[in-house]
Design a protein around this ligand. Structure first.
Ligand code: BES
Ligand code: MN
Ligand code: ZN
Length: 511
């Protein structure tokens, strides 16, 4: 079985006795305790591997490696021995990260193929092999669409010089079972890749209309996609969303993606809403120039929703799920909204616009209202690069979680721990809600100096109906301008796709 993720390395599974060429990767646990294949290759090379391990002080610890070129007595080009500590203590996330780490080691090692013999004393479960493979694929992602010159060989930045790696073969005890377990992981790899591609894409190429077209592409997978253009949005009275986009020459859109994998017996859907500000200049409340280019990523919430819907459809998830994304460009111009403007949102509530840079909440206000009106959802979750303040509070390690429902909040937190896309819950409450009371309208769109992520969340909650379980994820610190990890070296991380896949698999799918 062979799977190819768009523009990535082909991943396949084979038996432990199948032939290998190129770079061969074997493992050792603490000790070093070499795996059977490692021992076998050590024997075939007349003790080369164990001697090299001894010389370099290799003890089978994580991040320790032994790298042999043209090993004597062996037919392939390179042999890499990788330490893994104690495999029996590995979590699924550890397997994912090991896959990422190994893929990272392969970068710059000039060979078209890598053969990885993944085994341990206790045996590796097919699901763990799938996690490893997913980690390897995600680490291999690189946004190179706009690189017109191919890199020189022996580039110091090895990571950029990995185009020669065409395929990875994972040799394991039961390749058929591993291949089956990998099918949903492959869907995840595609979903995360799609989300990263969208976040990394510059805003001159990806405006609201172009983003909607990308969403429309999901119909190939059986997702029902409806795109609402400016006329339809006016008719629906999505005036808060439209106000944000009115300064742009590029008209606002909303895309609605329905995946009905659980059929009528599955009942009402779970709805995921994403902020899709394709570029956020701040509007008339203009942002400073330094770093403004980062605001091409202000659609990462929407990118996650598209990636998730792709993933659910690609693995035929038994869930009824709807994705709704509000696509606007926040620009200053003669037609832009002004500070002091009052707009009537779709819900009928009025908003005093004190700062045109607090635009995401206005976009989400109408999308959340529309979501509840049209779908009577089991739960609504929104993702948004909503506030810089969430990074002040949590750094880039956790996304902010706000919820009116403890059960949903706990399920999300657990999914975060399981996937490594971590969440930290922050408070909501009536005193915080008061911060956005306005003298002239029902509410204002900013809540003062302190607790900026919380007042933003309170704003969203004013558009959630009594009884709708709702969670808001503020992903400003985790989805863009990402810190390097074992499974990601890209600016856009695709944060949220694996998290919500886990949530849905654990709590919303029919079995
Ligand atoms: N898109 C920004 C938030 C953001 C900042 C995301 C940095 C990623 C990185 C959002 O629209 C915004 O401008 N928020 C303001 C709100 C303020 C005007 C109340 C902020 O965080 O400063
Ligand atoms: Mn803004
Ligand atoms: Zn924004």
């Amino acid at each position: 079985m062979e799977f190819v993720v768009t523009d990535q390395t082909a991943m396949s599974f084979a038996s432990k006795t199948a032939p290998a060429d190129g770079v061969v990767v074997v493992f050792a646990e603490e000790g070093p305790k070499l795996t059977p294949t490692a021992q076998d290759l050590d024997k075939k090379s007349k003790g080369l591997l164990s001697r090299a391990a001894e010389i370099t002080g290799f003890k089978g610890k994580k991040e320790q490696t032994v790298d042999l070129l043209a090993p004597q007595g062996l037919k392939f080009a390179r042999l890499v021995l990788v330490g893994m500590n104690k495999a029996s203590a590995y979590s699924p996330e550890d397997w994912l990260n090991l896959g990422g780490a190994v893929r990272g080691m392969l970068s710059g090692k000039e060979a078209p193929a890598a053969h990885i013999f993944l085994e341990t004393a206790g045996g590796v479960a097919p699901a763990d092999i799938a996690s490893f493979a997913l980690g390897a694929l995600l680490r291999g992602y690189k946004f190179k669409k706009y690189k017109t010159k191919t890199r020189k060989k022996n580039d110091a930045a090895a990571e950029t010089n990995d185009r020669t790696l065409k395929k990875i073969v994972i040799h394991c005890a039961d390749p058929k079972a591993a291949g089956q377990a990998f099918a949903p992981a492959r869907a995840l790899a595609e979903g995360v890749t799609l989300a990263r591609d969208l976040v990394n894409e510059p805003a001159n190429v990806l405006g609201p209309a172009e983003f909607a077209t990308r969403a429309k592409g999901l119909s190939k997978l059986g997702v029902q996609v409806d795109v609402l253009g400016p006329k339809a949005l006016q008719k629906l009275r999505m005036n808060a969303l439209l106000a944000v986009g009115q300064g742009s020459a590029r008209p606002s859109h909303v895309a609605v993606m329905q995946w009905k994998g659980a059929g009528t017996r599955g009942g009402e859907p779970i709805v995921i809403v994403g902020k899709g500000v394709t570029f956020d200049t701040g509007g008339i409340s203009l942002k400073p120039a330094a770093g403004m280019e980062e605001m091409k990523g202000d659609m990462a919430g929407a990118a996650c929703v598209v990636g998730l819907m792709h993933e659910l459809a690609a693995r035929k998830a038994k869930v009824n799920a709807v994705g709704i994304i509000g696509l606007v460009e926040n620009m200053p111009s003669g037609s832009a909204q002004r500070p002091g403007d009052v707009v009537t949102a779709m819900s009928g509530q009025t908003i005093e616009v004190l700062n045109t840079d607090a635009e995401g909440r206005m976009v989400l206000a109408d999308c959340l209202w529309y979501a509840q009106n049209r779908f009577k959802p089991k739960a609504v979750i929104n993702l948004a690069t909503l506030t810089g303040a969430v990074m002040v509070a949590l750094g880039k390690e956790h996304a902010g979680l706000f919820s009116n429902n403890d059960e949903l909040a706990n399920q999300l937190t657990a999914a975060g721990s399981a996937t490594g896309e971590k969440l930290w819950r922050l408070p909501l409450g009536p005193k915080y809600d008061k911060m956005i009371d306005s003298k002239v309208a029902d509410m204002k769109n900013t809540g003062g100096k302190w607790g900026g992520s919380i007042s933003a969340a309170q704003f969203l909650q004013r558009f959630i109906k009594e009884g709708t379980p709702w969670a808001h994820l503020d992903i400003a610190g985790t989805a863009m301008s990402s810190v390097d990890s074992e499974i990601n070296r890209s600016w856009g991380s695709g944060f949220g796709v694996r998290l919500l896949d886990r949530l849905i698999a654990d709590h919303y799918e029919r079995r």
